[in-house]
Design a protein around this ligand. Structure first.
Ligand SMILES: Cc1cc2nc3c(=O)[nH]c(=O)nc-3n(C[C@H](O)[C@H](O)[C@H](O)COP(=O)(O)O)c2cc1C
Length: 215
């Protein structure tokens, strides 16, 4: 059983990466083999709209024809039993690298039929983990629609998906060094100490659940 996490934050040890690592720990607790891929290490672009993946009788039908660092990664997804996408919220949606990755990941399997169909050959479980500065109510109110669409697309293509948000995150090592009077550093530190561990446990449970469902 293989579970892959994709980190859509440029930071490899911060909020998103930590939650993904916890999720993978949860998957390992169910016996899964795990891997974390940092998208910002890779050189790629989003979908270039070439439609090679949709060309009737084409060699790349159902597969992305673009050759770059994502080519072997997309192949890995074909063999995975579950995967988790983790991203910070940047201006109300996922980071640019995650957005580009999601286009390349989902569009080749997406058939322009009515009703829409998926060319992904199996049903697998997927998860989405978001982190953001906003409080939970703000996040749901302002960005909820984007986040629901992501889950809907993953459900349609891969069969199942669930989402987890970690809100009001601790963003800097030292708030006193950054212009950020919108935030109260003490409240941020308290939340980091008291709430973030709960979010980590939720991420662990998600990873265990996805791996458990896959087995
Ligand atoms: C370019 C940029 C844009 C951001 N936009 C938002 C936003 O729209 N809403 C929000 O809640 N947080 C926003 N944030 C804050 C991050 O989402 C938040 O600190 C996140 O937890 C960072 O994840 P990381 O620690 O894994 O890098 C933004 C941060 C950056 C760098």
């Amino acid at each position: 059983m293989k579970v892959i996490a994709f980190n859509g934050s440029p930071r490899k040890k911060w909020n998103t990466a930590t939650l993904l690592e916890k999720a993978l720990e949860g998957s390992r607790s169910e016996g899964a083999e795990t891997e974390c891929i940092h998208l910002y290490d890779l050189d790629y672009k989003g979908c270039i709209s070439c439609f090679a993946c949709k060309t009737i009788g084409g060699q790349s039908y159902g597969r992305c024809a673009v050759k770059d660092d994502l080519t072997p990664i997309l192949k890995k997804v074909e063999g995975a039993d579950a995967f988790i996408l983790g991203s910070p919220i940047y201006y109300g949606t996922v980071s640019g690298e995650m957005r580009s990755f999601m286009e390349r990941l989902t569009f080749p399997y997406s058939v322009y039929s009515n009703p829409p169909q998926s060319l992904f050959p199996r049903k697998i479980h997927t998860g989405l983990i978001y982190t953001g500065n906003a409080k939970e109510e703000e996040m749901n109110e302002r960005f909820g629609q984007h986040l629901r669409i992501n889950e809907m697309v993953l459900k349609m293509i891969f069969g199942a998906s669930e989402s987890l948000g970690s809100f009001d995150t601790y963003q800097f090592d030292d708030y006193s060094k950054v212009v950020s009077d919108r935030f109260d550093p003490e409240k941020k530190a308290k939340r980091r100490k008291e709430i973030f561990p709960i979010d980590c446990q939720k991420a662990f449970d998600m990873g265990a659940r996805l791996a458990g469902k896959a087995s």
